[in-house]
Design a binder for this molecule. Structure first.
Ligand code: BEZ
Length: 249
């Protein structure tokens, strides 16, 4: 299930860390002035703008009309496109993606579209949630819904692969993998944990009445508090990144 709707203003508040922590992926991309680069899952375009600043031409795509509108308002070239149905053919020197591929739950369709979009020898450089990402939050969501007789396994909106599994998918689509690794990255939250749930786990709560939604949220917070909130009330989410660089072989 996809996230039903993004709120760019809420994202700017509780998700600002996402592009900030994505700068090492731009370093790995190492864009060269004049290159044409596709930013897959560009969000509000913060990292697209950074790549433009380095001299490349960037086309951003995102499934969220609200996020694309925010990127266009920031002066970027961006379009609403489903990542599993990329329409481009041999147009780009590189495809870049930060914190977006885990929302695309048909990875082979995404990778095939990336391969089609690249010129021969083109690069695919990305970071996404990897195996074990936000595990404690996922378990707490599962438990809080299970208490009410709801199995959330079919509602899981995220794909967090292990490196060898994702590398196999890349190779099967014609890529050579230059590097791929899991990077544990405990991530301090700038806002409340409830705000994180509302921004990143919204699809779990879609269709619930407000009282049930509030009760489940309270249960999730109680379950994760001992693990993710320290004695001084600071919340840290158990993020694990999968970072890779590949090129068309
Ligand atoms: C992530 O960026 O790792 C992430 C996104 C949504 C939910 C959980 C984690």
């Amino acid at each position: 299930m996809q996230q039903p709707q993004w709120d760019p203003q809420e994202y700017a508040r509780s998700g600002a860390f996402v592009p900030e922590l994505g700068l090492p992926v731009v370093d790995l991309l190492a864009p060269v002035p004049g290159e044409r680069i596709l930013d897959l899952g560009c969000g509000n375009g913060t990292l697209s703008a950074e790549i433009v600043r380095l001299g490349a031409t960037v086309v951003g795509v995102d499934a969220s009309p609200e996020m694309v509108a925010a990127a266009v308002a920031a002066g970027l070239q961006a379009e609403v496109v489903d990542g599993a149905r990329l329409p481009f053919r041999e147009e780009f020197d590189a495809v870049f993606s930060n914190a977006a591929l885990h929302w695309m739950t048909d990875p082979d369709a995404v990778i095939a579209g990336v391969a089609r979009a690249l010129k021969p020898g083109g690069r695919f450089v990305a970071e996404m949630g990897g195996h074990g990402n936000v595990a404690s939050i996922g378990v707490a969501l599962t438990a809080a819904f299970a208490r009410r007789g709801i199995d959330v396994a079919p509602m899981r909106p995220w794909y967090f692969p292990a490196p060898d599994v994702y590398a196999e998918r890349l190779v099967a689509a014609g890529f050579a993998v230059d590097s791929i690794q899991l990077i544990p990255r405990p991530t301090p939250l700038s806002g409340s944990f409830e705000a994180w749930l509302d921004t990143f786990a919204r699809s779990y709560f879609a269709g619930l009445d407000p009282a049930t939604s509030a009760a489940i949220t309270a249960d999730v917070v109680d379950l994760v508090r001992p693990w993710l909130c320290d004695e001084r009330g600071r919340w840290t989410a158990d993020y694990v990144r999968l970072r890779f660089a590949a090129h068309l072989a």
